[in-house]
Design a protein around this ligand. Sequence first.
Ligand code: IVH
Length: 668
Amino acid sequence: MKKIKEILKKIEKLRDKIREHNYCYFVLNQPVISDEEYDKLMRELVKLEKKYPELITPDSPTKRVGAPVDELKSVEHREKMLSLENAFSKDEIENFLSRVYKGLKNEEVEFVCELKIDGSATNLTYINGIFIRGTTRGNGFRGDDVTSNLKTIKSIPLRMLSSYPEGEGEIEIRGEVYIPISTFKLINKERQEKELPLFANPRNAAAGSLRQLDPHVVAKRNLNIFIYGVGHWPVSKYENHFEVLQYLKELGFRISPYIRKVKDLNGIWDFCKWWEDKRDELDFEVDGVVIKVNSFLQQKTLGETTRNTRWAIAYKFPSVQKTTKVLDIKVGVGRTGTITPVAVLEPVQISGSVVSRATLHNIDEIRRKDVRIRDTVLVQKAGKVIPEVVKVITEKRTGDEKIFDMPKKCPVCKSNIIRLHNEVAYRCINAACSAQQFEKILHFASRGAMDIDGLGPSIISKLLEKKLIRDVADIYYIKFDDIYQLDLFKEKSTTNLLNAIQRSKKRPLERLIYALGIRYVGSHTADILARNYKSIEQLSKTGEQELLSIYEIGPHIAQSIVNFFKQSSNKKIIEKLKRAGLLMEREVIEELPQLFEEKSFVITGKLTGYTRDEIIELIKSLGGKVSSSISKKTDYVLVGEEPGSKFEKAKKLKLTIISEEEFNELIK
Ligand code: IVH
């Protein structure tokens, strides 16, 4: 007994030493021992752990590369992961400062400037100083569990360095995972040799690596991380962001050294300009500067919008521009029939990614820039996802260029194209145009809308092509045979899709309003409308003046809503949706019996009757908790098809295992 205790002591001492050296090497970039000495310590630890496997702990430095997994599990963040609004000029930063000063009633404000690292946002969860889970940002509310992959990043401490203040429970630490540019180049070179598809840029490479199923592959990608903040942190004695970063550094986290506290616009602008010049000297991609209000109290006062914080902004560096040739100008048809011209380009590399198309926005823009087919043009990515044409290099003209004219007919349905007065856009007048219907249905079924699992672009195209559906309401009248006859559909996949369609009928009112695709009505506006109107019927009868009286609804939105409900084709669709049994009213939230109060669930494998989000919602609404990892304290392990390793673990721990059927019985 005594011997084991001594060995444990020795092992712990070795681990502490290795952790310390990891920190010096991977975080501080200042190794204090040689690689050989480090390897010797590691070998000694591996040897001891092999001899005494019962003394292995998951936070041991030897446990960085785990076993492959079958799928990535979706996990909810304790605190929402917000995004940043972008600023593209000094003026836009100044506007941000004005909003901040106004929101803080002209109090004095200190700002922190940081580099905006172009990688993949990550949320790390620690309990009592031990790294227990790491997830991707996902949709801001839930992300994928990529713990095993994150463990391969040696600058992420598996156990915090200094003793962790007790009693703070679970905390979230946030940062950007990235691939060094030098590694990115090596990886792509290797992929080219193996004839594998290349990564478009370091950001895609980092995001793709993080979502790998095999940590061994990830371990070779040399991912790294810069921590830039915290999420859920119930008890913190720190008053500002800068102090917390210093504290996190003491705990062993890798903080970017390129941070500065500044007082005003000039200080901010100096920092931005300095890094705009110097960014190429760094071995990681930086796409701008993040400017944050330092004080937590002031951050809290400023608050947030649905997606963004009001206390921080990202200044995006002007993008790199390249010249290339316009091979052709084509037009695309959007959800509302807008015809958008697009330049087809000779492919060109811009900051690591290949650009072969650029939006030309509308005909006025084409005329203003005088873009012609076969012109040589300057293109840029401009911090936005879609590349755009900046200007024509007129000196390169040969006389061979062709002026583009808007087509008179829709390229898809051949109906007339018109331009409404006071609008820049041209539209296809045929509301039944299959290109428009395609976009409408795709939007209707998408995740933030009716979330119909499995109803993606290729199936929608096929259903439209075979005239099995014509509009969004037809989705609810599809029969088994309609789907079954499509390529790749078997009995089970057909049933799954029909079930998903069925389940979507009960989505809340705001989702349906958003899904209808009313122009200018995004998910945020849909939320507002659902709070102000109790049903689609009530909303359809409203007038512009009434809508305008709602805070945040302006004249464009109001007019668009009223127009939408006036159109007979839309009236018919709504009638059809109603007949299909969709929820058309605001739900009265009924307090459900708290059947699973204090009970914890772990779910493994694929369920047939629920998506992951749905089952988690359901368990929670019945008072239960859903955790991503199994422990002795798990009350129920809900097992679906093809369960993962958790199933084995549950059996080993003799936990209560239930099938989907048994679960349905329980809640009946
Ligand atoms: S702060 C609420 N700081 O940029 C503010 N973000 O949309 C949360 N990013 O998803 C972000 N470097 O992944 C912050 N120094 C930095 C950052 C940074 C990169 C990313 C982050 C976020 C996105 C902003």
